[in-house]
Design a protein around this ligand. Structure first.
Ligand SMILES: N[C@@H](CCC(=O)N[C@@H](CS)C(=O)NCC(=O)O)C(=O)O
Length: 199
């Protein structure tokens, strides 16, 4: 399998962390691409031109990150990272959606702030900032576990992205429980080995 990715993408990190947690990272060749350049290898596989995109051994392209994680989960024999059913499944998938939403808001906010001529205080980046703030407040009250499952991985990758791109805003302030949880979950190898600044 090939994973089209970038080291900075939190969505791609979520997929890489899942692969490590599932013990299948060696079956995946990492192919670094710059999505903004829209290389043919990416757009031929995924017309949306987004990373991560997985190309299976049967040359079938899979996206987006949630679908890739579901696919990888089904290819491994170890303990699943997506609960198969019942309340644990919906709790896990809801957390994943919160983590993915945090990433989407943070990635969009950064893009808007980088675009020349767009006032960083204008409505759209401010809406993303507020969505991030509300979600952090909600996660502070959420009961988060320390075992590796898709919800925890998504939240951890989103918080790692905030550290990576918005370090000066210190999301930990006002969120001590979440900060403590993040420090503990980040010790899992699947997260430590995939951090944006990991060697
Ligand atoms: N919903 C997608 C989001 C992926 C995404 O937005 N990736 C960004 C990089 S972090 C990207 O490829 N941006 C390039 C673009 O939008 O053209 C997923 O979960 O995979």
């Amino acid at each position: 399998m090939k994973l089209l990715y970038s080291r900075a993408s939190p969505f791609a990190r979520k997929v890489r962390a899942c692969a490590v947690a599932l013990g299948i990272e060696r079956q995946i060749e990492l192919v670094e691409v710059v999505a903004a350049d829209a290389p043919a290898v990416l757009t031929d596989a995924n017309p949306l031109g987004k990373i991560p995109t997985l190309i299976t051994n049967g040359n079938f392209a899979i996206f987006d990150s949630a679908v890739i994680c579901e696919y990888l989960n089904g290819t491994s024999d170890v303990i699943p990272i997506i609960p198969p059913g019942g309340a644990p499944r919906w709790l896990s998938l809801r957390l994943e959606a919160m983590g993915d939403g945090l990433m989407e808001a943070a990635v969009l906010r950064r893009q808007l702030m980088l675009v020349g001529g767009l006032d960083a205080q204008s409505v759209l980046p401010e809406l993303q900032r507020l969505a991030i703030a509300r979600t952090l407040d909600r996660l502070e009250r959420e009961k988060l576990g320390l075992h590796v499952e898709i919800g925890a991985l998504s939240i951890a990758c989103a918080l790692g992205y905030l550290d990576f791109r918005f370090a000066d805003e210190n999301w930990r302030e006002g969120h001590p429980r979440l900060a403590e949880w993040f420090a503990a979950i980040s010790k899992h190898e699947c997260l430590s080995s995939t951090a944006p600044d990991a060697g």
